[in-house]
Design a protein around this ligand. Structure first.
Ligand code: GLC
Ligand code: GLC
Length: 808
């Protein structure tokens, strides 16, 4: 069952009913100011850091769901309603929500009034703009009242929801005509405030929540709205809000548009005040002046559209399969951009107070992002590398505001360092910018301890070699990619974090997954070493990789699939000898991606085992059999009920590893079938089961052991976005930047007959036409009319157009 439809030409998903199976959200903002907005107008916004600079309050896990947002109430002769249906929930004659690229447009109509609210963050602007249009669709003149509403967060979102003894006494605002200034804590150490304004004269306002709502009312029945009368309240402590009231007369057929701006403003510390106690409003006025007219707003919206058109033109496919095309051309890259910007900080499943930028996560996000804005990827790589420690290890995350590593979610995850090699290699392949390897980058943000970026990669690589266990496999440390495989943790205290609790010391627990990752990154690392003039290091790296490959086949192979790990006691994990957890997905995907066992048959066996034991109707589950009981020696993985999250959930992040692995052994039909199982556009028809947005991936779909098999959770901020883009664009459709050229080698199976791809890379344009006979063999290429050997097309100079005919 669907709850809307894709409008591909408009690059929108059109939600047709407010009664979606869950709030379906979108993101506003592409640079420093971001908003989350649901299909009813719920959500919040913040400047750069969702915890420390939050403008709007939002109550997670609330009842009813999705409470708090930027609401517009229409009061029409005693009847009142909201165009997004909620929070008033008065039935609408018409409802529609268009989820677009960095904007959302909600339209509601009731009893002859149509209200359309467009939400977006213009480029280069630290503010949300809300363009609100009221239209009289009836045959009679109408006088309606429009109320805006936002509730301010007192900046630090964690403190805001915990420290009431202080916070209920500190709220402060100023009201100046149609503009409301939220200036809590500005009197002391903050030099920023929020501004909420409308480009029209107001008939009233409110800035105190209780005055607006009434103490016992919810957002569905604010007393100012039900009575059609603002209180003109000025907040003093308690809960500051921003609400304007406009009186709008509309002749039959007439429409009027208002522009509301909700922004973040900073003053230099020495210029905070206009006069004692009155904030310096100059920068706020400059901001508002840019959005005074509808023409200004429309121009800003046009610029945003152009921005996306340009960005999405880097990779486009025409395949004849509308669902495939919309994933590749629109929604998957869009999600890659959002995860790049926000890491795992703020979604409807991440509260914006817990997690900063993950070392591992951000590096993987780069894989799906580098082609969109290479210059921003470059900056991100240098930021991440600067948090690395001198011994090559990594903090698991860093804070976006300070860019410093912190231990809030621990460190010592021994896969972390290797991802820096993957992220950097992807960037250099896309851009050709080998110069980045010569940049000077500190360790642990200490300017006295610096080295080249290449040296950072070297320490990453050697960190693995310095930490090998009894079988010669990499030690797992706190965990590897699977945060929940905590083999040294032995936690027996309820509620204790598996990520930060003290580990047992011991150098026995080893990871076959890290071994696969090591062998996978080694060729890239070696090539970068060579390109930087370190031929000896390149050779050494290749030798280490060859040795590791042997070790995996010797000590990491279980007979029908790759082992997952050895535990603290040296016992096997992910083996037929185990009772539960006999096979885990990660090493099957990654070892085959690395080429391990491809020539000798283990790769095919491992992938057959994945098909036979892990695949379900909704994707590949992480492990089987699911762990039925808590195992103190395994950690968090066994803390989850069977079928959820890392305990046999369908973890969509690692499914693409298996897709890519299938292309490595030439089974394109398998790769594409697996792709379609989890790609959201293909799951649109079962939205009542899947429940989350049909336009973006979720981290997890409940596995076959779960009561709610097929139900997704954790949409938007997940490595799933980048990895699925890599799998489909580079391996299945098969156009992949390498250091020396563009690799063109599709592997999609027989279902898609042929397709064209337009790829822009390093300033040149590649027009690729694929005739697909699904041979499972390397493609044959004709480049600019000449047949060539192999599948690599050397990079053309900027400005060139290269035509490629490909038979696959
Ligand atoms: C989450 C984390 C990611 C981890 C994965 C598996 O998605 O963000 O870092 O690899 O879970 O545990
Ligand atoms: C839990 C989750 C895992 C996530 C981690 C991050 O372990 O199961 O998916 O990566 O928390 O804090």
């Amino acid at each position: 069952m669907r709850f809307g439809h894709f409008d591909d030409a408009g690059r929108e998903y059109v939600i047709e009913t407010p009664r979606t199976p869950y709030p379906w959200i979108n993101y506003l903002g592409t640079e420093e100011f971001f908003g989350l907005v649901s299909h009813t107008g719920g959500g919040y916004c913040f400047y750069r850091d969702a915890r420390l600079r939050r403008l709007l309050r939002y109550r997670y896990n609330n009842v009813p769901t999705d409470v708090g947002g930027r609401y517009y109430y229409v009061h029409d002769g005693g009847d009142y309603w909201t165009p997004g249906w909620a929070p008033v929930k008065r039935e609408l004659d018409r409802y529609e929500c268009r989820v677009g690229l960095s904007y959302t447009k909600v339209t509601g109509e009731r009893k002859g009034i149509r209200a359309e609210v467009l939400y977006f963050v213009p480029l280069g602007t630290n503010a949300e703009v809300h363009r609100v249009t009221l239209k009289n669709t009836s045959k009679a003149a109408k006088s309606v009242k429009l109320f805006s509403f936002v509730e301010f967060c007192l900046w630090d979102a964690w403190d805001d929801q915990t420290n009431y003894q202080r916070n209920l006494s500190i709220g402060e605002v100023e009201v100046d005509g149609s503009t409301i200034y939220h200036k809590t804590e500005y009197r002391e150490r903050r030099n920023h405030y929020a501004v909420h304004s409308v480009n029209a004269a107001v008939a009233g306002f409110d800035t105190d929540r209780e005055s607006f709502l009434g103490l016992w009312n919810g957002f569905g029945e604010p007393q100012a709205v039900t009575e059609g009368r603002s209180r003109n309240s000025v907040a003093s402590g308690w809960q500051p809000i921003g609400s304007h009231q406009l009186a709008v007369d509309l002749a039959p057929g007439e429409e009027r548009t208002f522009v509301f701006v909700l922004g973040y403003v900073e003053n230099p510390v020495g210029e905070k005040w206009e006069k004692p106690g009155v904030v310096n409003k100059k920068p706020a006025r400059q901001l508002l002046a840019r959005f005074q007219t509808t023409a200004q707003v429309d121009a800003a919206l046009g610029a945003l559209r152009d921005y996306w058109t340009e960005m999405l033109s880097k990779y486009t496919v025409k395949s004849g399969d509308a669902r495939l095309d919309r994933m590749v051309n629109i929604w998957n890259p869009y999600q890659c951009m959002v995860t790049f910007n926000l890491s795992r900080s703020a979604s409807y499943f991440e509260t914006g107070i817990g997690r900063g930028m993950g070392f591992r996560d951000s590096n993987q996000d780069l894989l799906g992002f580098v082609h969109l804005v290479p210059a921003r990827a470059r900056e991100r790589i240098l930021d991440i590398a600067a948090t690395q420690k001198a011994d090559g290890s990594a903090y698991h995350q860093y804070q976006p505001l300070t860019k410093r590593g912190n231990d809030a979610v621990g460190s010592g995850f021994n896969d972390d360092p290797l991802w820096l090699i993957s992220g950097t290699a992807a960037y250099i392949k896309e851009s050709g910018d080998l110069g980045i390897l010569k940049e000077t980058v500190p360790f642990d943000n200490d300017p006295r301890d610096t080295a080249t970026l290449f040296e950072h990669l070297k320490r990453s690589f050697h960190h693995v070699l310095h930490n090998l266990g009894p079988h010669g496999l990499p030690l797992i440390g706190r965990a590897d990619w699977n945060d929940c495989l905590n083999l040294n943790c032995f936690s027996e205290t309820p509620g204790e974090s598996f990520q930060t609790t003290g580990n047992r010391t011991g150098r026995t627990a080893e990871s076959v997954f890290i071994a696969g990752l090591f062998v996978h990154v080694a060729p890239d690392y070696a090539a970068l070493a060579e390109a930087t003039g370190f031929a000896d290091e390149a050779k050494a790296a290749r030798d280490h990789a060859a040795r590791m490959e042997k070790t995996v086949l010797e000590h990491g192979w279980d007979g029908e699939w790759f082992l997952r790990a050895y535990d603290f006691f040296g016992r096997k994990i992910g083996s037929k000898e185990c009772e539960d957890g006999q096979i885990l997905i990660e090493p099957q995907g990654y070892c085959v991606m690395a080429g391990i066992g491809v020539a000798t048959g283990q790769a095919r066996k491992a992938l057959d085992s994945v098909r036979d034991r892990l695949e379900s109707a909704h994707g590949i589950v992480l492990n089987q059999p699911a762990y039925q009981a808590y195992h103190v020696e395994l950690g968090e993985i066994s803390s989850y009920p069977p079928g959820y999250k890392e305990n046999a959930g369908i973890f969509c992040h690692n499914n693409p590893w298996v897709m890519i692995a299938e292309t490595v052994i030439g089974r394109g039909d398998r790769a594409f079938a697996l792709y379609k199982k989890i790609a959201p556009a293909y799951r649109e028809e079962i939205s009542e089961v899947h429940r989350l947005e049909p336009y973006v991936y979720a981290q997890m779909i409940a596995g076959k052991d779960a009561v709610r098999h097929g139900e997704a959770k954790n949409s938007w901020l997940t490595g799933t976005a980048a990895w699925n883009f890599v799998a489909i664009s580079q391996h299945i459709l098969g156009v992949k930047p390498e250091l020396e050229g563009l690799r063109v080698n599709p592997c999609i199976g027989a279902e898609v007959e042929g397709f064209t791809i337009l790829r822009r890379c390093r300033g040149a344009e590649y027009r690729i036409r694929v005739t697909n006979e699904a041979t499972g063999k390397p493609a044959r290429l004709v480049v600019d009319g000449k047949p060539v050997d192999g599948t690599l097309v050397p990079y053309a100079p900027a400005g060139a157009v290269v035509t490629i005919e490909c038979e696959a």
